[in-house]
Ligand binder design. Structure first.
Ligand code: SAM
Length: 243
């Protein structure tokens, strides 16, 4: 059975440029998703109403292989192929909240994976540019995002450690893979007042860091320890890091 889609019409208030929505009545996962938001996300301290509404709206199950859909709303990352994962819902919510999106931003996401995080961002920002190094993941994410009518998202295939200079600067940059250090191109592509959120540390465990470009220069804060797959690329890890 194809995944049920959210009522995007009801969500137009989340983003400034309403798109022609699709609507399919009924969603077998609606209650599970609501429980996910209350028990995994609100209970852990994420309170931004726009972020919570986006998490309530985006059908995480649509971004998973058929055989894993029944696990879509569990408190865990899940495999999506190519040895990669869709992130834990709480971490998606936390990183999204840190960006402080109000609706008119241009956002770069490094590590598209399934496309789920990009769909959440698409409801909260003006334009989203997700970049993914695995072509098959990017292609699949493109298809799901198109089916959900996320028309303000443009998935790019490539090494996101270079950022995406063609669309810079970005008000928000979110990196959903663990970096050994902050890639300099991402800092260079951060707009004045912009926020970069990314995991930095070892290949298998990192600290979630937030960088802000203020009038006084770059500010850095630590949020919480996290555990992401490695960011592989010219300004990240070599691709034999886990060999
Ligand atoms: N945000 C994703 C989602 O919503 O499903 C989950 C991302 S997964 C934890 C990390 C992703 O980063 C993987 O798909 C991986 O291939 C990708 N990745 C790693 N290094 C990358 C790079 N240099 N450029 C782009 N993508 C990269």
């Amino acid at each position: 059975m194809p995944p049920r889609m959210p009522n995007w019409r009801a969500l137009n208030w989340l983003r400034p440029s309403p798109e022609p929505p699709i609507h399919e009545a009924g969603d077998p996962f609606a209650m599970a998703r609501e429980r996910m938001v209350e028990e995994q996300i609100v209970a852990r301290g994420v309170h931004d109403e726009r972020v919570l509404a986006a998490l309530r709206a985006v059908p995480r199950h649509a971004f998973l292989p058929e055989h894993l859909r029944h696990e879509a709303y569990l408190d865990t990352p899940l495999p999506i192929g190519s040895h990669q994962t869709i992130s834990q819902p709480y971490i998606v919510a936390l990183m999204t909240e840190v960006l402080g999106l109000e609706g008119d931003e241009r956002v770069l996401e490094v590590g598209t994976g399934s496309g789920y995080q990009a769909a959440v961002l698409s409801l909260l920002a003006h334009e989203v540019f997700p970049i993914e190094r695995h072509a098959e993941l990017a292609t699949n994410a493109r298809q799901v995002l198109a089916r959900l009518h996320c028309s303000n998202v443009e998935v790019v295939i490539g090494d996101g450690t270079f950022g995406l200079a063609g669309h810079a600067p970005y008000n928000g940059i979110i990196v959903t893979a663990g970096a050994p250090h902050v890639p300099q191109p991402l800092l260079d592509q951060l707009a004045p007042g912009g926020t970069l959120v990314l995991p930095v540390g070892e290949a298998t465990s990192q600290m979630l860091e937030v960088w802000r470009r203020t009038s006084a220069g770059l500010e850095r804060k630590e949020v919480t320890p996290v555990c992401f797959v490695p960011l592989i690329g010219e300004h990240g890890w070599r691709d034999d890091v886990c060999a």
